[in-house]
Design a protein around this ligand. Sequence first.
Ligand code: ZN
Length: 228
Amino acid sequence: MNATKGGKALVVFSGGQDSSTCLFWALRNFDEVHTVTFSYGQRHHKEVSVARALAEKAGVDFHLVDLSFISGIGTSSLTDTAVEMDSVKPADTFPNTFVPGRNMFFLGAAAVYARELGIRHIITGVSQTDYSGYPDCRDTFIKSMNVTLNLAMEEQFVIHAPLMWLDKAGTWALADELGVLDIIRNETLTCYNGIPGDGCGHCPACTLRRAGLEKYQESVKGSKREEQ
Ligand code: ZN
């Protein structure tokens, strides 16, 4: 994005670290920002109230859409408490925290809503780097979905994925650059056990988030040392 702001954007927003960072990225790059949050049968409905509070804080419109059918047609440890969550990534596939079809349905629904609002720019916090290898977070899927949505509705949507090539440390660096590191650290919910901020500290989401933060903090210290 260039330095001049412009236009309207819709952020696919969950209240987690990634989409919250994207929300503040969007506020820097667009004049008018809206959010859409999906309820999809996630274990922790608290996500929704966290997202609502953050949207309010950021002064943007918050819209909740029910996509709970997603948990009725597929299986995931994120939506089904009877399925024990993989704590490590299996060697040959992605962990069972994968929610089949989630980003396809999210982006499809977001595009329909964006069209209603006269919005062309859709922002998602997916990342291909440093994650569990979910296929619907990869760059090729996002590009393909972008084409599909344009064909489906004869529109010119542009899907932005500002975190696509960032690892977690890079996402923390971006939050810091946007001046919202503390908000992201204290007021978002990433933890699979539903605890906001630094979370439970031991689930896969907390482990990844903390490792990224430590790596980022180390790199800041390192560059300060070099300056001296
Ligand atoms: Zn946790």
